[in-house]
Design a protein around this ligand. Structure first.
Ligand SMILES: [Fe+2]
Ligand SMILES: [Fe+2]
Length: 260
């Protein structure tokens, strides 16, 4: 049995502070073998999405093994350099030349976990076809990994479900990110892949995706890009995370939501 934590889009200082307060106790209680988190909104220092070396260091200090990303993977002043860290993933299907990598193998106590980050072409129109890219990755990893978890960063429920069924039984989990909204559909597919349409954010509620709503509303009315600085929403932090228990054959036995 292998246990995984997956934490959804961490939004800035409130999300990171929440994890610093609660993740150690959750790790102590559940003893996960691997902890993966989506960090595309982690940036805490320069009025942008993305990540910084300092915020990543705080996250890794908590026991997070690797982070995934999405459309914000390259945002912020350090949007290129953060990808020098091999624990930082960006969408695999976003070409070969953008900084970073989209898949990695983490080995711990003799177990090799493959982590893949994909993005929907609906979110990034220049992305390559997720099914084709995943199929190639599976071929490349055949015999090299014990189990695989996929962060599928996208908006469409149907697209995520179709992808998950396409690889049902071939990966331990397909976990949706990007909308920042928790969906109530954690389930095991027929051949043993754990699925949830969106893990949901780990960030402040009360606004739009963890950010103050007024800026988005003004931009929508004006039909112009946001000109104001980003402001974090002021509601209580929502904790979007799941615990997946995996069988020795690389399929999942259970997926449940985590609460602190
Ligand atoms: Fe996000
Ligand atoms: Fe996103």
């Amino acid at each position: 049995m292998t246990k995984l934590f997956f934490i959804g889009d961490i939004v800035d200082e409130p999300g990171l502070t929440y994890l610093e307060a609660h993740l150690p106790a959750l790790i102590e209680a559940h003893r996960p073998d691997f902890v993966i988190a989506n960090a595309e909104n982690l940036n805490t220092s320069d009025d942008a999405c993305g990540m910084t070396a300092a915020s990543l260091a705080r996250l890794f200090a908590l026991g997070v093994d690797a982070v995934t990303g999405g459309n914000h993977s390259w945002d912020g002043q350090q949007g290129r350099t953060v990808h020098d860290d091999p624990r930082v993933l960006r969408p695999l299907n976003y070409g070969k030349r953008a900084p970073g990598r989209g898949a990695t193998i983490i080995e711990k106590d003799g177990v090799c976990l493959g982590v893949v980050n994909l993005i929907s072409p609906e979110v990034c129109s220049l992305a390559d076809h997720p099914l084709d890219v995943m199929e190639a990755q599976l071929s490349a990893w055949r015999g090299r990994v014990d189990l695989i978890v996929v962060d599928y960063h996208g908006e469409s429920v149907m697209e995520k479900l179709i992808f998950a069924f396409a690889f049902d039984g071939h990966v331990a989990a397909v976990l949706g990110t990007h909308t920042h909204v928790q969906t109530a559909d954690t389930r095991l597919l027929p051949c043993g892949t754990a699925y949830v349409t969106d893990v949901g954010m780990t960030g402040p509620g009360g606004g739009v995706q963890g950010y103050d709503a007024a800026r988005f509303v003004r931009s929508a009315w004006e039909r112009l890009p946001n000109a104001e600085p980003m402001r974090i929403a002021e509601g209580a932090v929502e904790f979007g995370a799941v615990l997946i228990t995996c069988n020795d054959d690389g399929t999942a036995a259970a997926i449940t939501r985590l609460s602190a």
